[in-house]
Design a protein. Structure first.
Lengths: 162, 637
């Protein structure tokens, strides 16, 4: 097992305002057009509760998309620990799209290939375009520590309010 | 579907017979009129005959995306709706944010023109290339949020975008709005009533296509640069932190916070209506952007109130807290949040709703509306409970007063009589937004000549206050000297108004939020022209851009002239011209009739319009290339 989880785009949904700058930057950089439907990162606007949640590939340690791909086009190299799609080998069957639990893989129907975040060779353009601090590119996954801290604050607040 | 951004497409929908067709927009027209607001003004002029009933089959609704909507240009996702307005009987354009415009763009259309009247309630479903009118009989009578839910359920996709009218639009309330993306209101002038008259309950859209630009890479880099500058602007920062209501403390201090139906300009506990208060008291739960926006002034609030129940909604905007709050003598923010939610759900402009009610409160206190006429409501200033009840009655036209107020203050004052017209804060039939024009001369002029009536949303001349270096720079650029950044001066006001008029026009035609170009200043005519040029692939200068915007303003004026409007109609509400500022630091200040006449002379001269009638001269129309467009008006050489 490679260290799949050491680099990732970190999401802070509370800060996301659904401006979609990430989608525009991604689709333009990857496809040369402004088309959110072709962006590797997508913001889900939960209108009824007033929340916005960006969704992007999380580079699962045990990635179902790699498992699902019949041609081996979806893979992770030891040198670059990121799940990527080799478009030359992709046959556009959509198995990776169906396998991804998060909807982070999608199809570019016009070109007949699957699309997925490749972290822009370590400089994700979506993070660069996010001015609200909803996206960050962290070398190590701090999720657990962040959650511990949030939990600690909740506990602290309970004590303070006594 | 991917398409070139320069190849604009206009979708026609005729509700009378259900026919739809698509028209290509010639590139020459796009260059001449820049897009949205400009082309729509031209089309409205051509489509709607003089004297047509705004609520009849001859009126059209033109939904326009901005020319750059759908790109990464910062805050370029706004749309406009152009129609003949039912409140004024004149030209009406409303601007709205949210995400519907971008969805329509990606579905393959830049404009949607709605013709005729449907025999039955319908909604328009645009699913990329597929356009369909669907029955809305089960949606009729329902509030905007429920309809948003139901349509999403019906098409089986909660990620689509909608624009919806509420019961107020169906009932043709003269200030009914159109709620876009659930939380953004296309508010003013009764645009929702036009939807209602056409029995068009909603527009829903799923757009999955994309846009190709002529010089994409250069555009992308420039847009990134402007986006960064915008995010760094002090104006943007304040808008992000506190929203538009963040101006409340400053306005209260400056004596510009309209209160008690403009009979005062400060209010005790005014800070409770502020964006700062919403934040510090924990009402604010999130910030929201319109499509591609780098400011995020929109917000979500939650309130659990013993008296008014629980509220979850967007906003409230500055104008909302002033109109529904201070103008009605209410500083209980929880009551204002409730009133805001009611207006949004019933589909009513919070500005006009607040002002018809504040007018009714003053009239009631002065004894011209009797308790019987008020249908038992105690309409004294500050009574939030009565206000909430009245909002419901207006939207449903219930009771004598509800039905009367639904017609707006001009009609209501005519009906009630006496001196009540003097405190009807309206001109041309539109309720003035809660901005005091007595102590700011460019504002006064801009409000008086505003083709849709007196408000700050066609031309706001914020720079004249000179609060920031950027705004003083604009004043120097426009007038030649920074010293004119003084709202009390009458000199150079026409130049300031004309520049802002054009900057507004250009911003809106391209889809930019005017906050980016006239409240913050990172988007400016120069980089707008560059972005247009790089996107569309034609050379385009700042002068070209400003000239195109002047064309829009002129067509809009000609539309009103053709309807019979003249110089005498470019007026401010009586109170604004006759009662000096009653309190606060500007006490005693006024923009009176004589001063306004002087400002109008400056303005018409600068425009090349006839001084006596205000009609654009033929020489002006010819210079702008509009002599074959603006026909059917008196010819003045």
């Amino acid at each position: 097992m490679v260290e799949a989880h050491i680099v990732n785009i970190q999401i802070n949904a509370a800060k996301c305002t659904a401006c979609k700058a990430c989608e525009l930057a991604c689709s333009f950089t990857k496809e040369g057009v402004f088309a959110p439907s072709l962006s590797r990162i997508r913001v889900m606007q939960l209108h009824e509760v007033g929340m916005n949640v960006p969704v992007v590939c999380v580079n699962c340690a045990d990635a179902p998309c790699i498992e699902a791909c019949p041609t081996g086009a979806v893979r992770r190299d030891a040198s670059v620990p990121v799940v990527r799609i080799d478009e030359e080998e992709c046959i556009g069957c959509g198995d990776c799209v169906r396998a991804c639990p998060f909807g982070a893989a999608d199809m570019n129907e016009e070109r007949g290939v699957a699309i997925m975040c490749d972290l822009c060779d370590g400089k994700p353009v979506c993070v660069d375009h996010c001015i609200y601090g909803a996206l960050s590119f962290a070398p190590r996954l701090p999720t657990a520590q962040v959650k511990r801290l949030a939990h600690a604050h909740t506990v602290a607040a309970q004590y303070r309010n006594r | 579907m991917l398409r070139d951004i320069a190849k604009q497409r206009l979708l026609h929908v005729d509700l009378s017979d259900g026919k739809t067709w698509v028209e290509d927009v010639p590139l020459g027209d796009l260059q001449k009129y820049l897009g949205g607001r400009g082309l729509a003004a031209k089309w409205l002029y051509e489509q709607v005959p003089a004297g047509a009933d705004p609520l009849g089959p001859d009126n059209v609704l033109i939904f326009s995306t901005g020319t750059l909507t759908g790109t990464s240009a910062p805050s370029s996702g706004r749309s406009s709706i152009t129609t003949k307005g039912p409140a004024t009987g004149l030209y009406l354009k409303v601007s709205v944010g949210g995400h519907l415009g971008a969805a329509i763009k990606y579905a393959g259309y830049d404009y949607v023109m709605i013709h005729g009247v449907s025999p039955k309630p319908v909604y328009l479903w645009i699913d990329d290339g597929k356009v369909e009118l669907r029955s809305a009989e089960h949606l009729w009578g329902k509030g905007t949020r429920e309809v948003d839910d139901l349509i999403k359920e019906e098409v089986g996709d909660p990620t689509i975008q909608t624009g919806v009218i509420g019961p107020a639009g169906e009932n043709k309330v003269k200030f009914a709005c159109f709620m876009v993306s659930r939380y953004n209101s296309a508010s003013r002038g009764g645009v929702g009533a036009v939807f209602g008259s056409k029995r068009l309950k909603a527009i829903a859209c799923r757009g999955t296509g994309g846009l190709r630009l002529a010089k994409g890479k250069e555009f992308f880099a420039l847009a990134r640069k402007v986006r960064g500058a915008l995010a760094a602007d002090a104006g943007s920062e304040s808008l992000y932190n506190w929203g538009t209501a963040g101006s409340i403390p400053g306005l209260n201090e400056m004596g510009m916070l309209a209160a008690y139906n403009f009979s005062r300009v400060t209010i005790e506990h005014g800070e409770r209506l502020s964006g700062q208060y919403l934040l510090s008291e924990g009402y604010l739960i999130g910030r929201e952007s319109c499509f591609a926006c780098s400011t995020a002034c929109h917000r979500f609030v939650r309130s659990e109130s013993r008296q008014w129940g629980s509220v979850f909604d967007s906003g409230p905007e500055l104008e909302t807290v002033m109109s529904l709050g201070a103008e009605c003598g209410i500083t209980d923010i929880e009551a204002v949040l409730k009133a805001n939610q009611l207006c949004n759900d019933l589909g009513m402009d919070t500005i006009s709703t607040g002002h018809v009610i504040s007018w009714a409160m003053e009239t009631y206190e002065k004894g011209l509306i009797s308790p019987e006429q008020a249908d038992g409501l105690d309409l004294r200033f500050g009574n939030a409970e009565a206000q909430l009840a009245l909002i419901q009655r207006i939207a449903r036209r219930e009771g004598l007063l509800g039905d009367l107020l639904a017609e707006g203050t001009r009609v209501a004052a005519e009906e009630i009589g006496g001196d009540s017209w003097k405190w009807a804060i309206q001109a041309k039939g539109l309720e003035q937004s809660a901005v005091d024009t007595r102590a700011a001369k460019s504002y006064a002029l801009a409000f008086a000549v505003n083709p849709r009536g007196p408000d700050h949303l066609m031309t706001e001349t914020y720079a004249e206050f000179g609060f920031t270096q950027e705004s003083r720079d604009v004043i120097r650029k426009v007038t030649g000297d920074e010293k004119y950044a003084d709202p009390r001066l009458t000199e150079k006001r026409a130049e300031i108004v004309l520049w802002h008029e054009q900057c507004y026009g250009a911003s809106e035609a391209l889809g930019f939020c005017v906050f980016t170009s006239t409240a913050a200043f990172a988007v400016n005519p120069e980089n707008m022209a560059q972005m247009f040029s790089l996107a569309v692939g034609v050379p385009y200068s700042e002068d070209d851009l400003m000239l195109a915007a002047r064309r829009m303003v002129t067509i809009e004026k000609c539309f009103n002239v053709r309807e019979g409007a003249r110089r005498k109609d470019d007026r401010l509400p009586w109170r604004m011209m006759n009662e000096p500022v009653p309190d606060g630091p500007n006490k005693g200040m006024i923009t009176d009739e004589a001063m306004l006449e002087n400002l109008l002379d400056q303005y018409y001269t600068a425009h090349g319009w006839d001084l006596e009638t205000s009609i654009p001269r033929q020489s002006t129309l010819k210079y702008l290339g509009l002599d074959s467009v603006c026909v059917g008006i008196p010819v003045i050489p």
